[in-house]
Design a protein around this ligand. Structure first.
Ligand SMILES: [Zn+2]
Length: 260
């Protein structure tokens, strides 16, 4: 069970497995300590490390924790607590500028990020995103509007992934194409949405398009991934917009971008 927890916590948070082992060895002699108390000790140790220690050590690895501002926030506290919000300084700067740019057009809107990178080691992937392993990649949420067309920071997925803007009739169905070629994993994020909320929301093409143009205008931005039918629907054309390939997962539930 210890091994399973170690692997699970490492995949989820990178450092959780190590902190679990430290908490385990620290309480080894206190055999009478109940599981509940051991869990409390682990959680306390984990929170202290993640809040005070890891952001400082990450600087030596060239990565910084994203700071929440009026214009930039995580999709949920999970991304912050699980250390999935570390980026290179140039990406952090780009995010701040994108947030500021969006607020000039939409004062009530905030740029909402999903998975970024872990704090340590180039090459250590942030699963399930194999490429989020160098501090240069991040996923952003789309912007949605309610039934009256008013844009807001509300989102339809509980996790941030897996609620798709599916192709309409006549639009390119890339998921079908990839799955027919045997890439079964292309839409596996449907299993990690943890349910739909705010079912009245629809994608705001206009506000999401503005967000995308702000990303593309950053000189540090090297690539942006978006599902082909949304690229066509939003009438987007830019050399930095690429198709991510069938080996990745579908990108009609979020925007992925990366810096040089
Ligand atoms: Zn991504």
């Amino acid at each position: 069970m210890h091994l399973v927890l170690f692997v699970f916590l490492t995949i989820l948070t990178q450092v959780g497995g190590i902190i679990y082992l430290i908490a385990l060895f620290a309480t080894l002699k206190a055999k009478k300590l109940r599981i509940f108390k051991r869990a409390v000790i682990f959680i306390l140790l984990y929170c202290i490390c993640c809040l005070f220690l890891i952001p400082r050590i990450a600087l030596y690895f060239g990565r910084e924790k994203i700071e929440t501002t009026d214009h930039l926030q995580a999709y949920s506290i999970f991304y912050i607590l699980a250390n999935r919000d570390y980026v290179k300084p140039e990406l952090k700067l780009a995010l701040q500028e994108i947030g500021l740019g969006l607020s000039k057009n939409y004062p009530d809107l905030t740029v909402v990020y999903l998975d970024a990178n872990f704090p340590f080691f180039d090459g250590f992937p942030l699963l399930p995103h194999l490429s989020h392993n160098d501090g240069k990649k991040i996923d952003l949420a789309f912007i949605y509007a309610d039934e009256n067309g008013k844009v807001s920071n509300e989102k339809p997925s509980r996790s941030g992934y897996g609620i798709y803007e599916t192709p309409a009739d006549g639009e390119r169905d890339q998921t079908k194409i990839c799955k027919e070629q045997g890439y079964w994993q292309y839409d596996f994020t449907k299993y990690v949405s943890f349910g739909k909320r705010n079912s009245q929301l629809t994608l705001s093409d206009e506000a999401t398009r503005k967000l995308i143009s702000l990303i593309l205008n950053q000189k540090q931005t090297s690539k942006l991934f978006l599902e082909p039918h949304l690229v066509d629907r939003m009438n987007l054309s830019h050399p930095k917009i690429r198709f991510h390939g069938c080996r990745a997962v579908r990108h009609d539930d979020h925007i992925h971008f990366q810096v040089r």
